[in-house]
Write a protein of this length. Structure first.
Length: 173
């Protein structure tokens, strides 16, 4: 029976590698996002002197939005792979992000929601910059969704704080 248990545990432990193709797919998605960023920048460059200030700001906010989405992808790729598949061995490479290898699942959740809030905030700011073209009901729903993301982020942070305090208190007994 111990042999069967050992075999099942090895199979389950090895199954983490089934997640690796997901992270490769996210790397490919990052390449697609880069292509979209380059396309948007390419369209902006020749028109930048013709555009109004607010149109230029809106276009730049779109580029920032794409950049934040790329950052979000990197966080998910690195942290997800390291938390669920295997450590990434790059040694003490000078370009290794400080947070790499230190973001646990709880930290990943908080970074994800913070990125989502930032992306939502950029979308909301773009709508406010172009407020005359955005229907009032759509703007209302964008604010509601943004506030829901903010509230979700705060609640996740509070839950993590409670969990950390509970573990510390449990460790003292």
């Amino acid at each position: 029976m111990k042999a069967v248990e050992g075999f099942l545990e090895r199979v389950m432990f090895s199954s983490r590698w089934l997640m690796a193709p997901f992270y490769i797919g996210l790397v490919l998605s990052l390449i697609l996002l880069l292509a979209k960023f380059a396309q948007e920048l390419w369209h902006l460059l020749p028109r930048v002197l013709e555009l109004s200030e607010s149109a230029t700001i809106l276009a730049i906010l779109g580029l920032i939005d794409l950049s934040l989405a790329g950052n979000l992808l990197l966080i998910v790729i690195f942290s997800g792979y390291e938390n669920f598949v295997s450590k990434i061995h790059v040694g003490d490479h000078e370009d290794k992000p400080d947070w790499m290898g230190k973001v646990d699942f709880s930290g990943l959740k908080l970074k994800l929601i913070a990125s989502i809030v930032a992306i939502s905030g950029i979308q909301l700011l773009k709508s406010f910059m172009n407020i005359n073209a955005v229907p009032e009901s759509q703007l209302m729903w964008m604010v509601i969704v943004h506030l829901t993301f903010v509230l979700s982020g705060v609640m996740l942070a509070v839950m993590d704080l409670i969990t950390v305090k509970a573990h510390k208190m449990g460790g003292r007994h």
